[in-house]
Design a protein around this ligand. Structure first.
Ligand code: ADP
Length: 715
């Protein structure tokens, strides 16, 4: 009997089940055809049908709001034990009660008689505001039934009521069965979907995700996870987890036998825990770390060839109910699909190390090999070096992303075409030919234009030799070493420069000091020789100073500042005095504000900056001209400019002149000695003072270096 199964459902609600609309239709028809009054009230009052009564009297009562209220009978309005009950206006109804799902229903059928009592009618007409004469007439003509007839009609109505109830129950069970069938279908299609996907992809993560998503969807679960067994440590780890706590979960490891997952892994048996809080096997540890509250759980083993390799678990029904036994079967079916997926994926992962022993099997497993090929291809594609491979007929078989860029080839179009069809550097083509002919590896440097600059590549051409020792093709790998080469060149140029710069002052020093050793030399001469020696020694000293500074900066020790109070205008005047007569070709002009400022900075270091800028200004204006030293005092900063009318600097070189060892590569600059370390040190010193430096220049028209330092006033 279907009712049996319904009774077991705890959330079963009889009043929801009862199809009241159908019943009211029947009740209405009977009342109309037989002139009966019918009303059904359930014991708890939840069901209370409108009285079906077509008598004039009842209709008159319904005609006013007060009258409607008067005939609105509730469960409390009559004596439930009595066979005949007096409902209103002394009208007597037969109380035919029946049971439905342990609930009592009162089927009130009337009316047997009424007391012809004008006093009642009078009272009602006043209270309910209904015309007395009309009401009395209707009351007197109210149809009544004798007791026997009323009871037999009531029996019929009770039977009908039971039929409607039965139909309602059947309707409900059919719906329930349909729902179950739908769920069954959903489970089946999820299984089919999973197996189709398993056969079409080898991406384990993707596979497991899909399997778990179908489990969650079909079982209406909040979360799910897959654990695998780490057989070396005898532990379980999360291979994958969905749901809100995915990230935290991934860090967790369980011992065999620990928690529900550990238990299932250990016993190899599926487990349903309807209420986790009541099961001692559940490790609270997991909850504590993730704050995820597990209520109900199904956990099944993942088995490959009868050996448990992990478990899959599904947690908490969204509806709040617990999982049912029938769902274990579904999850087990999914788990067997997942196990196949995992095994396939593992096979692929261990491909390399087991290549030897699995060689035979692998030949059959074509799919796995193509995955491996993809993997190698993706490594090649993501390499920073350019790779081109050709077959024995010179046809291109591989061009990676970088090679596409530097050789300006489209890989998909190039595939299968002869390498000679492309505008590739002739050395490359020649190397390929030699490698194919002689099966030797060639390593060399190849230069070619790429972008708008010539690049240097270190290239290795390797032959691909077949089992029969024949050349099957060749692979070439190119690494861009342009920058390394440039740096190399700069370094050796720098060394040349430095040795030259060091030697230059030594020659006059040596020559004049030898002259001074000759006796009886007049004091005028001695003085002028000593001046030359002094100047050259200074030049040597400042070069060595620069080199030492650079090495301190390079080694990370840096330079330190010794701040002192300096009168800026006086400071610049001293520098000016030092430089005003150094060159006959140049005119040094100093422009400073009248008012002087006393601020804090490292006097020696800022002198070094000025000396560097001024010597550059003189050096790089070989034809002479004006050299301006201008100081401005703006806001909270001091600005100092050194401006010349010399060879200037091109737009391309301008951003690079502050780089270490950088010297402009022009004919004009080459003639002028220098090391390329002055400006980087200048910049470093100024930035150490929290200042900045800027340069404006135009080729052939001179340069203007302006730096600023913040005005720090002495305390
Ligand atoms: P160097 O020892 O070569 O002078 P710097 O670091 O002082 O080294 O300068 C770097 C480069 O910047 C120089 O080689 C030169 O090409 C350019 N340069 C610096 N100052 C000037 C200037 N006043 N006029 C033109 N070019 C300059």
């Amino acid at each position: 009997m279907p009712i049996e199964s319904i009774k077991k459902e705890p959330e079963f609600d009889y009043s929801r089940l009862f199809n009241i609309t159908v019943w009211e239709g029947i009740q209405y028809k009977f009342a109309k055809d037989l002139g009966l009054a019918i009303k059904v009230i359930s014991e708890d009052g939840n069901i209370n049908t409108e009285e079906s009564n077509f008598s004039d009297f009842y209709q008159l009562l319904l005609s006013t709001p007060k009258g409607q209220k008067y005939v609105d009978i509730g469960i409390e309005s009559f004596d439930k034990e009595a066979r005949f009950v007096n409902l209103y206006a002394d009208c007597v109804f037969y109380n035919a009660s029946t049971y439905f799902y342990g609930k009592k229903f009162y089927i009130l059928v009337g009316i047997r008689n009424r007391t012809p009592n004008p006093a009642i009618v009078k009272k009602l007409s006043e209270e309910l505001e209904i015309d007395y004469n009309k009401l009395l007439k209707a009351y007197n003509s109210l149809p009544t039934f004798n007791e026997e007839r009323l009871i037999s009609l009531a029996d019929l109505i009770v039977d009908l009521f039971n039929i409607v109830v039965e139909l309602s129950v059947q309707e409900y069970t059919t719906q329930l069965a349909n729902k179950q069938k739908e769920e069954e279908i959903a489970k089946m299609s999820a299984l089919m979907e999973a197996s189709i996907i398993i056969n079409s992809t080898r991406n384990l993560d993707e596979l497991l995700k899909i399997i778990m998503q179908s489990a969650e969807k079909v079982m209406q679960a909040e979360a799910s996870s897959v654990f695998l067994i780490d057989s070396e440590k005898n532990e379980l780890y999360f291979e994958m987890a969905t749901g809100p706590k995915e990230e935290e979960l991934k860090k967790i490891r369980l011992k065999m036998g620990e928690g529900i997952a550990g238990w299932v892994a250990y016993t190899g048996e599926a487990l349903l825990v309807p209420d986790v809080s009541k099961d001692p096997r559940f490790a609270r540890r997991v909850d504590e770390q993730t704050k995820f509250v597990t209520r109900s759980i199904i956990c099944v083993p993942l088995k490959v060839r009868n050996q448990t390799i992990g478990v899959i678990q599904v947690l908490n029904k969204i509806t709040g109910q617990s999982f049912s036994k029938s769902e274990i079967k579904f999850l087990e079916a999914l788990a067997s699909q997942a196990a196949i997926a995992i095994e396939n994926a593992n096979l692929y992962e261990h491909l390399e190390e087991r290549a030897e022993q699995l060689n035979k099997e692998l030949k059959e497993a074509n799919v796995n090999l193509s995955i491996e090929k993809l993997r190698i291809e993706s490594i090649i594609q993501s390499m920073e070096d350019a790779v081109i491979a050709i077959d024995k007929d010179n046809k291109i078989v591989l061009v990676n992303r970088v090679a596409e860029k530097i050789f300006n080839i489209n890989a998909s179009q190039a595939f299968g075409k002869e390498v000679t069809n492309f505008a590739i550097n002739p050395t490359v083509i020649e190397n390929f030919r030699v490698v194919l002919d002689s099966k030797i590896t060639i390593k060399n440097e190849v230069k070619f234009q790429f972008g708008n600059k010539e690049h240097i590549f270190a290239a290795v051409f390797t032959p691909i030799v077949s089992e029969k020792k024949e050349a099957a093709g060749s692979v070439a790998v190119f690494r861009d070493i342009t920058e390394i080469k440039e740096l190399d060149k700069m370094k050796s140029e720098f060394l040349n420069m430095v040795s030259h710069e060091l030697r230059t002052p030594l020659t006059p020093i040596q020559a004049y000091s030898e002259l001074m050793l000759i006796r009886n030399m007049d004091s005028e001469k001695v003085k002028s020789y000593a001046e030359i020696i002094n100047k050259e020694t200074q030049r040597l000293g400042s070069l060595i100073g620069d080199l030492l500074d650079l090495s301190r900066i390079e080694s990370g020790k840096g330079l330190s500042l010794t701040l002192e109070e300096v009168d800026v205008v006086n400071f610049l005047k001293e520098i000016y005095e030092m430089y005003k007569n150094t060159s006959t070709k140049h005119k040094i002009i100093l422009t400073v504000p009248e008012k002087s400022e006393i601020i804090l900075f490292d006097k020696n270091k800022i002198s070094q900056v000025m000396i560097n800028l001024l010597s550059n200004a003189i050096k790089y204006s070989p034809d002479g001209g004006n050299i301006d030293i201008i100081m401005e005092d703006r806001d909270d900063k001091i600005y100092i400019t050194v401006k010349d009318q010399g060879i200037g600097i091109s737009k391309e070189d301008l951003p690079r002149i502050f780089e270490k060892f950088y010297r402009v590569q022009s004919e004009a600059v080459r003639k002028i000695s220098g090391t390329g370390i002055g400006l980087p040190i200048v910049k470093y010193i100024i930035e150490l003072h929290n200042g900045g430096i800027d340069v404006k220049s135009e080729l052939g028209k001179g340069s203007e270096f302006t730096f600023y330092i913040p005005k720090i006033k002495p305390a």
